[in-house]
Design a protein around this ligand. Sequence first.
Ligand SMILES: [Zn+2]
Length: 120
Amino acid sequence: MSRTDEIKARLSAVTPGPWSGDRYDGTVKCAVLGGDRTRVLQVDHKNGTSGFSGLDGDEALAVNAPADIAYLLGRVAALEAGWHEQQCDPCGVVVRIQWLDDEEPDTLPCPACGDLMVYR
Ligand SMILES: [Zn+2]
């Protein structure tokens, strides 16, 4: 399973959102609630009921969130850095293309007119 698939699996196994914070009466007690107001996480030192209270997936998502977000931001940056733009000479269409590996093709057909575009 790829890292992206692992993140998708974690995301699909959580209490539906949007999640929201809910602080009780200004004390140390607070909670994170799911979209249907079910309690996802509760911090209540006074009553000793702190922790994730819903699906195991909620905890897995939260625990892995920093590393998952860092990984995804790295992938986004790599993808954004790989964009190339070129205008087709015969028809003028601007094509944005991205190579997902180190090998860049020399020519590709224009998606509008089919003319072979030489990428530089
Ligand atoms: Zn063209």
